[in-house]
Structure formats: structure tokens, C-alpha cells
Design a protein around this ligand. Structure first.
Ligand code: PLP
Length: 403
């Protein structure tokens, strides 16, 4: 286990003078606190003895039924509460799933780049992480096919494809509908379970939620969901929807990890969903994040030097920026911090050291004016970096005579 690059950055990036385009923290300030306070107060007075008691490792049945309603918005209409396992954020679902499926040396396929903490989880269980290419339409089916064929000739055991197909972290990219069908078919044939990690699915800037991969492959996909981005991450409530034999194993693994999930936070979420206009709140979040995305894209277009490219997310929190050839985002970071702007260098999102000339920028947390200021500072640092490289590129090579 190693400290993630993102975590090491948080200490510096949280200083008030620095515009942090690094962390992926949801803007919880935009959540009216009364909307949480009143169901919680009601919970304590009306169901306190249940909320403060142990519960089951699978999670509260009423919450699991409401989670099925949430997933129906993404086209998953056949989910049964029995197949849902509530977890401590979707992160714990990923950890439990890895614990159940992975023996040291087993292969997990992931997009390159992929979610940094997923890399750390797979590495902690000694999985071999193999990246599959990603382009502006999402994971590339041809690359998946070729990778599987290559691994088959090596006799590797490929257990899982871990994917964030919708508004990906870190690239902000969404897998097209046509490719979703192809990816599911390739994995079905190869006997590889798909793990669809979907914390951003409801945060679409175009209105309609994107149809989940799980909606079209109930047996081949484990779906991971979360209330961290649509309600609040501090509650730590997420879930897995899995085929029954997998769900049963996840419950056993959860029992040994946490005995039972917090009934208090589960029932708080359940009451919130039952009593508050949560679809309206999600709409408000979508509009706020869309404004922030627009602020970032406009600022990038106005300020970035030639040769820099970036993705244009249709939802979620992140833009992936590719720098002109030869510019190293990790080496540049201390100069960016000195210029009071922070980002996450691309290498953190690969298991194999790729991504040196890329970075993740998040627009979820700072308000639009701060985002614009942050991008302006970043462009200044990048300009300086490019001109420095130019200077050194023209420096004459000095021949030092050997003594
Ligand atoms: C792709 C992805 N998966 C999982 C998580 C973790 O979510 P949770 O708070 O539900 O554990 C995040 C959080 O940033 C994420 O971006």
C-alpha cells in the first residue's frame, strides 16, 4: 500500500490562497441543511431505538428498496432489494468485491487512466492491473479484445473489468451506447465480470440520466452506487447491486469487515429519500456543476497555450488535460503550487507510470470565478514551462574535454 498522490496533495491544496482544481470533493454547501436536519431529528425521536441499534451486514431493507427506485432512473428496473448490499460508501463495495474475487496475481482490467483509489484497492490485494485504452468515446472495445487475447496467451487469470463508464473519474468521458453493448459482449464471451462504478450517473448536464450498463446485463455486471455525489459523502452510504451468488459473498465479507453498517446513517438516508424532494436537489446539483464545467471550459479555451488539449464532460466533476509533448505535469506541480493553483498529475491514475504529460482538473468544488482564476494561473505556469523548455532546447551543447 502507498499513499495516493491525491491524498498527499490535500494538505497543501486546502490552504485558502491556493485554488484547488485537485480534489474531487462535492459542493455540499449547496445542500440545504434543513433537508437533512429534519429527517434526522425525526429519526432520533420516532425510531431512535432502531437507528441506534446493530443492523444486518446487508443493510436496512427499506433503504435497499429505495436504492432500487434510485437505480430505476438509470434504466435498472429489475433490481431486487435482496440483491443490494449497502456499504460504507461505494469504496467499501469495491474493497469487498476485490477481497472476494482477487487472488494475488489475478488480472483486473481498467481504463487507462482510471480512478486512483480503485488502483490502490486492487494493488492492496496484489492484483495485476492492466490498462485498456480510453478515447473520447470511452473504453476502446478493440483494445479490450486485444488485451484479453494477449493475456490469454500468457495464461493470465482475468477476473474483473473495472470501469467508470459514465462521466469518468478522472477523464470526464462517457462510454457510448454502441460501445457499451460491445464491451458487455466481449466480457461475456471471455467470462470476465464487469464492475460498473457509477457515482456520477445522475449528474448529467444534458438532463436525461445515462442508461447504466447493468440495465442490459443483469448477470454479467456488478453495479456500484453511492449517495456521496447526489446527497453527501459524509454519510458514507453506498451500495453494490450484484447477481445473487455474488451478493451473498459480499454480505459475508461485509460481516467480517464491519459486523453491521451504521443503522443511523442508513436510516437518515432512507428518511431523506422518503420525505425530501431529492430529484429536485439532484437537478440543482446538476445545474450548479454545469455552470462550473462551463466556467472551466471557457477559461481553458481562452488561456491554454497551443498544443494543449482537454476533454469536454457531459456530466460529473472532471476534465482531463493533455499537455504539449514533453511537458511533465508531475515535475511542474511545485511551480503550480507556488503560483497558487493545484491539480492532480496524470501519473496517479495509471498503475504503470503513464500519464506524465496529463493532469486531472476538477471543477466541482470552487465557485466559477475561482475556477477561472485557477485556470488562468495554471496557463501562466504552463506558458513559463514551455518557454523554459524552448530555451534549453536551443542551448548549445558544451563539449567538456576529458581530463
Ligand atoms: C469513480 C469513483 N468511485 C468511487 C468513489 C468513492 O465514492 P464513495 O464516497 O461512495 O466511497 C469515487 C469518489 O470520488 C469515485 O470518483
Amino acid at each position: 500500500m502507498v499513499a495516493s498522490e491525491v491524498r498527499a496533495l490535500f494538505a497543501v491544496a486546502s490552504r485558502p490562497e491556493i485554488v484547488s482544481l485537485a480534489g474531487g470533493m462535492p459542493a455540499v454547501d449547496a445542500l440545504p441543511l434543513d433537508a437533512v436536519a429534519s429527517p434526522v431529528a425525526d429519526l432520533v425521536t420516532s425510531r431512535g431505538s432502531v437507528a441506534l441499534q446493530y443492523g444486518s451486514a446487508q443493510g436496512d431493507p427499506e433503504l435497499r428498496a429505495r436504492i432500487c427506485d434510485v437505480m430505476a432512473m438509470e434504466g435498472i428496473t429489475d433490481a431486487r432489494p435482496d440483491d443490494v448490499v449497502v456499504t460504507v460508501g461505494s469504496q467499501q463495495a469495491l474493497d469487498l468485491l476485490t477481497r472476494v474475487f482477487i487472488d494475488p496475481g489475478d488480472v483486473v482490467l481498467t481504463e487507462g487512466p482510471t480512478y486512483v483509489t480503485a488502483i490502490n484497492t486492487f494493488a492492496a490485494y496484489q492484483a495485476r492491473i492492466v490498462h485498456v485504452s480510453l478515447d473520447e468515446d470511452g473504453l476502446v472495445p478493440e483494445s479490450l479484445r486485444e488485451t484479453l487475447a494477449r493475456l490469454a496467451t500468457e495464461g493470465a487469470r482475468v477476473k474483473l473489468l473495472y470501469t467508470v463508464p459514465t462521466f469518468q473519474n478522472p477523464a470526464g468521458i462517457t462510454l457510448t451506447a454502441a460501445r457499451r453493448a460491445q464491451v458487455l459482449e466481449i466480457c461475456r464471451r471471455a467470462g470476465v465480470l464487469v464492475v460498473e462504478d457509477n457515482p456520477y450517473g445522475l449528474l448529467s448536464f444534458t438532463g436525461e440520466p445515462v442508461r447504466a450498463m447493468r440495465a442490459d446485463a443483469p448477470d454479467g455486471v456488478v453495479y456500484l452506487g453511492s449517495f456521496s455525489k447526489t446527497l453527501a459523502p459524509g454519510l458514507r452510504v453506498g451500495w453494490a447491486l450484484a447477481p445473487p451468488p455474488v451478493a451473498a459473498r459480499l454480505v459475508l465479507a461485509a460481516e467480517s469487515a464491519i459486523l453491521s453498517h451504521s443503522m443511523f446513517t442508513q436510516l437518515a438516508v432512507e428518511r431523506y429519500l422518503a420525505t425530501q424532494p431529492w430529484p429536485e436537489q439532484i437537478k440543482a446539483f446538476r445545474e450548479m456543476y454545469r455552470d462550473r464545467r462551463d466556467a472551466m471550459l471557457t477559461a481553458l479555451a481562452e488561456t491554454m497555450p497551443a498544443g494543449t488539449t482537454w476533454t469536454r464532460p457531459e456530466g460529473g466533476f472532471f476534465v482531463w488535460l493533455t499537455l504539449p509533448p514533453g511537458v511533465d505535469a508531475k515535475a511542474m506541480l511545485p511551480r503550480a503550487i507556488a503560483a497558487r493553483v493545484a491539480y492532480v498529475p496524470g501519473t496517479g491514475f495509471y498503475a504503470d507510470g503513464s500519464g506524465r504529460n496529463a493532469m486531472r482538473l476538477s471543477y466541482c468544488y470552487p465557485p466559477p470565478a475561482r475556477i477561472q482564476e485557477g485556470v488562468r494561473r495554471l496557463a501562466g505556469v504552463l506558458e513559463a514551462e514551455i518557454s523554459l523548455r524552448r530555451t534549453f532546447a536551443h542551448e548549445p551543447v558544451i563539449d567538456v574535454p576529458s581530463q
